[in-house]
Design a protein around this ligand. Structure first.
Ligand code: SAH
Length: 413
């Protein structure tokens, strides 16, 4: 708590958004809302061509194409965050969120013996806002970190968003190095002089003592959906509607499909979503942390293996039918934290998930908010304070994975 108080005293926080934006966890949809936009998008034409050539596609393939197709993907072509976009996230609401995470990373670094160097690795950094807030805390606590060699590594598939991240974090004071075909497709130096690199894949990030951060990243990874039937599990597929040639519809696979292997043998739900990509990433994180140390914090909308149909779309802060106008709306499915824990088991310790409210309260957000309100009472309207508090009520949870090595505490305030 004393760490937090020192940082809080040194800063004024300003709420970033004062509009009643839609949080991605706020609503639940089975994708059956009335269609509002029937436009035949380039992505819909691409998918119809694909389905006509090879048959119905899995929901995972649909999500992958719609979100990250290198030419037309939703994430690849636009900035979807914030007031003018499709949804809002905690770091875009207030810098307090990132500042508290920054403190958490520093306290982990201290608790595990003040390694001579660490990498901060963010998966899916959006506009770079969260890393920017964390880096500001690192600068403010420069005296604590002064002998530590820090580097920043961003895993991002979107060319568009990586350019925004570069602007946020480096202000391009030193010209960026770009090499489109290389695993490190961009390199630079942050505003505070820290080396920063961009990758498309976690596998390409150098191994070494690292803190990993994934905020609203796992929920956009492709999920396979399964329905229990009298014949056993059948995968939900996406096909062309035979009644309307430029419309998609859900169908059930006529026989078993390979992704069924990801369903637990003792599964009791009648509908499940499984995310093999999340399993690959969490195993890579666990492997890295067990070999070279560090920790990972995964914050997302999620559940502990209890929810069923969570696949939903967002466009312009409205819930959006997932099959309508693909490529113009965000697609997301709640993260199954029980699966992530299972996939990391044995290699690392996993803590949580705990609610965002509990995590932030444990980190002292109440004190931080009180100080902000006190200091900014002349600048801050009621609604902005309300917005800063609103992320406390969000249904996001955090899962933390850490190495199993014994740690010691030698924090000297
Ligand atoms: N973490 C940010 C943004 C969340 S949106 C925030 O909380 O504000 C999801 C982010 O993940 C975007 O930056 C998107 O481009 C990125 N992304 C989506 N799929 C990805 C993938 N397969 N690999 C790397 N980044 C991905």
């Amino acid at each position: 708590m004393s760490v937090l108080a020192r940082v809080a005293a040194g800063r004024l926080a300003a709420a970033r958004a004062v509009i009643p934006c839609l949080w991605r966890g706020q609503y639940f949809s089975s994708g059956k809302e009335p269609a509002e936009d029937n436009s035949v998008t380039p992505m819909l034409r691409h998918l119809i061509y694909k389905i006509k050539s090879t048959g119905p596609i899995t929901v995972a393939e649909y999500m992958r194409e719609v979100l990250t197709n290198p030419a037309k993907g939703y994430y690849v072509t636009r900035d979807m965050l914030g007031e003018k976009g499709d949804f809002i996230t905690s770091p875009e609401i207030s810098q307090i969120f990132g500042e508290l995470l920054g403190i958490w990373f520093i306290s982990e670094w201290i608790a595990t013996g003040k390694n001579a160097a660490f990498q901060l690795v963010e998966l899916g950094p959006g506009r770079g806002t969260l890393s920017g807030d964390i880096l500001r805390v690192f600068s403010q606590l420069g005296s604590v970190l002064k002998n530590c060699d820090i580097s920043i590594h961003l895993v991002e598939v979107s060319q568009k968003l990586s350019e925004i991240q570069a602007l946020t974090l480096t202000e391009e004071k030193v010209p960026l190095e770009r090499e489109a075909g290389s695993p490190v497709y961009m390199k630079g130096v942050t505003k505070s002089g820290i080396p920063i690199s961009w990758y498309r894949d976690l596998q390409d990030v150098p191994k070494g003592y690292s803190f990993y951060l994934a905020h609203e990243f796992f929920d956009v990874l492709p999920v396979h959906k399964f329905q229990k039937t009298p014949q056993g599990w059948r995968e939900v597929l996406i096909d062309i509607d035979p009644q309307v040639s430029d419309k998609l519809r859900f169908v059930l696979a006529p026989c078993a499909t390979p992704a069924e292997a990801f369903i637990q043998k003792d599964e009791t739900r009648d509908h499940v979503e499984v995310c093999p990509d999340a399993g690959v990433i969490i195993q890579e994180l666990a492997q890295r942390i067990s070999l070279t140390g560090g920790a990972a914090l995964i914050a997302d909308y999620g559940h502990d293996g209890t929810k069923t149909d969570t696949f939903r779309g967002f466009c312009g802060h409205q819930l959006h039918d997932v099959l309508i106008a693909p490529g113009t709306a965000d697609l997301t499915a709640d993260v199954d934290f029980s699966y992530l824990r299972r996939m990391s088991q044995g290699k690392v310790a996993s803590l949580g998930p705990i609610s965002q409210q509990t995590f932030l309260r444990n980190m002292g957000i109440d004190v931080r908010l009180k100080m902000t309100i006190y200091r900014e009472q002349h600048l801050c309207s009621k609604i902005s304070v309300h917005n800063m508090k609103s992320f406390l009520n969000e249904v996001i949870s955090s899962l933390i994975i850490k190495d199993l090595l014994p740690c010691h505490l030698d924090w000297e305030p």
